[in-house]
Design a protein around this ligand. Sequence first.
Ligand code: BGC
Length: 360
Amino acid sequence: MQHRSLMVGLILLALILGACVSGMKQSSNSAAKKKKGPNDPVVIGFSMDTLKEERWQRDKDLIEKRAKEMGVQAFVQVANGDDNLQIKQAENLLTQGVDVLIVAPHNGEIAASIVEAAHRQGVPVISYDRLIRNSDVDLYVSHQVVKIGEMQAQYLLDHVNKKPANFVVVGGSPTDNNALLLHQGQMNVLKPAVDRGDIKIVTDQYAKEWQASAALNIVENALTQSNNQVDAVVASNDGTARGAVQALEGQNLAGKVLVSGQDADLASLILIVQGKQTMTIYKPIQPLAYIAVDSAIKLARGEKVDAKDTIDNGAKKVPAVLLEPIAVDKNNIISTVVKDGYQTLEKICANIPADKCPKQ
Ligand code: BGC
């Protein structure tokens, strides 16, 4: 008798536990609640950190363009590097009834609260270009960022002609997961070179908020510290590369020290043609923006999204679409950024003597 009531008790407990687990599953999957039919209008919210770098204006324009082409609405908010403002703007987008959020976070940790707020309302979230960490984010759309770091470091390593060569590493904002991934990639290449005795790292620092002025300071200090014995600067993006070039110009070293970058900014392509910056990484923004919008529409409709990659954000393996980056130097500007219409040769060469300009 006792045995039977114990059994009944255990069965009841199992049922209760089962119900709890399926309840948990449902709540963590709350993004699946409010789905749109194939003909329902879809509204996308795009929460951006910044428009400071040239590329972000492209991201904004192309997200808006694709939304229009696909017959959906897109509301865009820009937080100007302010985490609280980004959270408030995302909440406003949710209040306005967006069906899906695309977020380019200022701070990859803090933005987790945006994902939580969205999921409470059944709204899926795409992490755009920069990963939102420790959250149940639905999809990550970006480029292969570790590979970008490797390409920057490898290019400089292949082109420096001194042994041992003195390297300076200028990272991006430490609150941006991309800066951490880039650094990881850079070190994948530099660490073995240090171990082989091929290079020495004079300084390895992050530039606060990706600021050119922070990069300028880091490189100036490295020059002072090493008696101007710097051979290469692994700058993580074009803004910080231009800060580095400015520091080098102060010591008449621009053009003598290798400098990497990222983004194919017009100002940096000009420096590349002038020989003051050595290379940049070109990340085509159009496919990125279009994939983000197309995936957003699918998520809003509860359809499956094509994501071949995954990335660990600390909480889960996030399904990811990671596009290929392209290394650009003065030899392939025409066959890459100019060919794609990303920048025009007229603009790059506007103030450069014709004989110094790459030929089409
Ligand atoms: C982006 C870069 C950009 C940098 C500064 C990074 O997360 O991937 O393209 O230059 O942020 O905005």
